[in-house]
Design a protein around this ligand. Structure first.
Ligand SMILES: Cc1ncc(C[n+]2csc(CCOP(=O)(O)OP(=O)(O)O)c2C)c(N)n1
Length: 299
């Protein structure tokens, strides 16, 4: 359960002193603005909120947010966020980063976090390029796209993050576009409140390495989930996951499932173990480190 701040905070309260160094026109400005607003909407206690990232331009984001944060290593935002959440379930934990971080080096972590239904929110800022390393082709770069490392066009087919999330068992899947801040605020807030693995595919164009046309192409094709769309119906979610991004890109909540989250399941398992007299993890730690309780109490 998310902890709220004692007083009512506004988006300004979540702004860190550090100023973003992103390039002018970077979509990530729209993402961080949405994160400030989503945290304010839920009035989350900054002392009980944690943002974790890997490496990339987008992975700089936690430094711009006035919560606890950890800028980790490339591709490892999700496992570190998982460890933080499991060690201290009281925290609201978000993992953020780019498509290179999440869907190249970090793919396996995405797969297993979704399958385990770990109670974290993962926001992937997808610009379909490696921005920080100055324009390498990424797993979501469209086929035939010219980049610094695909001068004659990308030979590969792009990955489909929403379809992959669905296949891996994510229990919350939403999509937004960095220019649609209102939609981003809405889905990020819903994702944070979701008990389980919540994935937000946030298309965030890179004007420097993908050009203005990337932004325009997305802008022309986005639409909200249509009237009557039911995000609890697998076939409807699947239809959106399979849509051709060259024709249409649907934004909003795409899929939500009520399967119990990892933390709730862990409590059930712990209850079963305790009923059988198995020592608890904390009890075991205490037997090795007698003052463990004192350290824990200081948190
Ligand atoms: C283990 C490791 N491999 C490679 C790199 C180099 N590297 C840094 S960021 C990055 C990719 C960045 O792309 P993305 O995650 O999409 O973020 P963006 O910069 O586009 O926001 C790579 C390959 C690294 N830092 N560590």
């Amino acid at each position: 359960m998310a902890h709220q701040a004692v007083t009512q905070l506004t988006q300004k309260d979540y702004k860190a002193a550090l100023q973003p160094v992103w390039c002018p026109g970077c979509g990530d400005f729209g993402v961080v603005a949405a994160i400030y607003q989503a945290l304010a909407k839920l009035n989350l206690d900054p002392d009980r909120t944690m943002l974790v990232s890997g490496i990339g331009c987008s992975s700089r984001l936690p430094g711009y947010v006035n919560t606890y944060s950890f800028n980790a290593i490339h591709g490892r935002a999700i496992p570190i966020a998982t460890g933080i959440k499991v060690a201290n379930p009281e925290l609201t934990v978000l993992a953020v980063g780019g498509d290179g971080d999440g869907f190249a080096i970090g793919t396996q972590h995405f797969v297993h976090a979704a399958r385990r239904n770990v109670d974290i929110t993962y926001v992937c800022m997808d610009n379909s390029i490696y921005g920080l390393t100055k324009g390498h082709v990424s797993p979501t770069t469209p086929t035939d796209e010219v980049t610094k490392t695909s001068p004659y066009g990308n030979i590969e087919a792009p990955m489909n993050p929403v379809l992959m999330a669905l296949a891996c068992g994510a229990t919350f899947i939403a999509r937004s576009f960095s220019a649609e801040v209102k939609t981003s605020v809405e889905v990020i807030a819903q994702a944070i409140e979701h008990p389980g693995f919540a994935f937000v595919h946030l298309i965030s164009p890179c004007p420097v390495f993908r050009g203005r046309q990337q932004f325009d192409r997305v802008k022309e094709r986005v639409r909200r989930t249509p009237e009557g769309f039911d995000f609890t119906k697998r076939e409807q979610a699947r239809a959106i996951a399979f849509e051709d991004p060259n024709e249409q890109i649907t934004l909003g909540l795409i899929w939500r499932d009520q399967r119990a989250g990892y933390i709730a399941r862990q409590q059930v398992i712990r209850g079963k173990a305790a009923a059988k007299g198995t020592p608890s993890y904390e009890g075991l730690l205490h037997s090795f480190i007698p003052d463990f309780g004192a350290v824990g109490a200081g948190r």
